[in-house]
Design a protein around this ligand. Sequence first.
Ligand code: DAH
Length: 339
Amino acid sequence: MKEQLEQIKNSVEAELSAAESMETLEAIRIKYMGKKGELTAVLKGMGKLSKEERPVIGALANEIRQNLEKEIEEKKAVILAAEEEKKLSEEVIDITMPGKRTKEGKLHPLTQVMNQLKDIFLGMGFSIAEGPEVEYDYYNFEALNIPKDHPARDTQDTFYIEDNIVLRTQTSPMQVRVMEKQKPPIRVIAPGKVFRSDTVDATHSPVFHQIEGLVVDKGVTMADLKGTLEMFVKSLYGKSTQVRFRPHHFPFTEPSAEMDISCFNCGGKGCSMCKGEGWVEILGCGMVHPKVLENCGIDPEEYSGFAFGIGLERVAMGKYDINDLRLFFENDLRFLKQF
Ligand code: DAH
């Protein structure tokens, strides 16, 4: 029996030192100390031993059992530590790897051009005024010298909220709102959305943007208007840009004009962009009508002023060579990404 125990002791040691996983350890434990284990069998057979033999063999068997338990525990700790170490090394984060880029949005081309126009006018000493898109008929038409039966109302058909409340068709009502609040000298621009009940096509949209300009002071003349607007387009389109003024009619300015600039595409030679004209219409303008000044409580004998209205979409289309207005409003990223 003693030899048998020695043998168990040796093979336990050999098996333990080769064990590399928790499963093997458990198998070893069962093989020797389980219900049908080899060591268990020896211990069970102790009763058959003689009195003299029993304590010697019992002490040896106990020693082997205790050693086995101790060594299994020690080995367990080693294996767990190794497993932990392996896991950690597999989960290492490579901080030198490039991160995932978050997609960055950017400003809509119309916003970009609007910001550019604002910058130019701020640089010339203008301030910015903002007003309501839902506007009284009085400000949108009446105070601007466009009474109920005026034919100009036909070209600016709009959406009526009530009989006397409309979606503004132009930013010009801001002229009146500013002059009612502020006494001259006045130098403001009023950018914003305007609305007309137009059918959508390549050059029309029921919603578009304008920038209104208004200057009122003592002794303001048409020369100031021309100088200011020429400086504006040269800042926007380049120094070689030429301007021309064509007489026109607007009910709220007298005299009135439309301003053309030499075509940004061909420089004035004539191309498909300017329909062979060499010129492109860019804005409406004029000297503020004395009646409009009066409507706002400003004495036309003492003060004079000029006003202008720029179509933002048209400016952006010219600047970026865009031939269809609808592209601005369709939110197609393939288009928007280009700016
Ligand atoms: N409000 C005009 C329009 O929408 C544009 C305009 C013309 C504005 C002449 C002005 C101006 O201030 O003086 O067609």
